[in-house]
Write a protein that binds this ligand. Structure first.
Ligand code: FNR
Length: 182
């Protein structure tokens, strides 16, 4: 079944490794599915005071965009053993107004990416905790902790080995099966 999948990346960095991995993975989806990057660059920091009656345009357009997706795929770096503030902000803005969360009931996938050795394990699980509270359904297995990411990308940002490609394709296949259940 054709699905609209929103891809959120918790890094605003031009040369983000998370974005590079996401761009590689996007190509691995079945063509019947539509994958789209959701831009969180210009989202104002969440403030309840300005989210009354007439919320900022950056909140409204973002929330409208989120409504169009059946599922979400999150790529997170790790900042100080947690998720970066930009990603938490994107979750928070999408979760309000109270009772109108855009995340509610939606299936999700989590991929954490780091140049460090432990694959942003801490960020992966902090994100999982948030998604669970938001009543999302994060895929449990396979888990994806991508450590030492510089070793799996070539100088054009492409995944450089069949072994790694197989690992990512395996995740995409499990994710596609998972989101078809909802
Ligand atoms: C980091 N980095 C980092 N890496 C990690 O594996 N665990 C960590 O706890 C942290 N902490 C951390 C804090 C802050 C404030 C910064 C700026 C960076 C390094 C991080 O993994 C690296 O900058 C990545 O390249 C970030 O991901 P993108 O932007 O390449 O997708």
């Amino acid at each position: 079944m054709s699905k609209n999948i929103g891809i959120l990346i918790g890094s605003l960095r031009k040369d983000s490794f998370n974005r590079k991995v996401a761009e590689n993975m996007r190509e691995m989806f079945d063509k019947s599915n539509h994958c789209e990057f959701v831009d969180i660059t210009d989202l104002q920091l969440y403030n309840e005071d300005i989210d009354q009656g007439n919320p900022p345009a950056s909140y409204s357009s973002y929330r409208e965009k989120l409504s169009s997706f059946d599922a979400f795929l999150f790529f997170t770096p790790e900042y100080n053993r947690s998720i970066p503030a930009v990603l938490k902000n994107a979750l928070d803005v999408g979760s309000r107004p109270y009772g109108k969360s855009k995340w509610d009931g939606k299936p999700a996938g989590i991929i954490s990416v780091s140049p460090g050795a432990i694959g942003a394990f801490g960020a992966n699980h902090h994100l999982r905790q948030c998604l669970t509270f938001l009543n999302m359904h994060p895929l449990q297995q396979p888990e994806m902790y991508i450590g030492n990411v510089t070793q799996i990308l070539d100088d054009k940002g492409k995944i450089n080995s069949e072994e790694s490609i197989k690992l990512f394709k395996n995740f995409v296949s499990a994710f596609e099966k998972w989101i078809d259940k909802f």
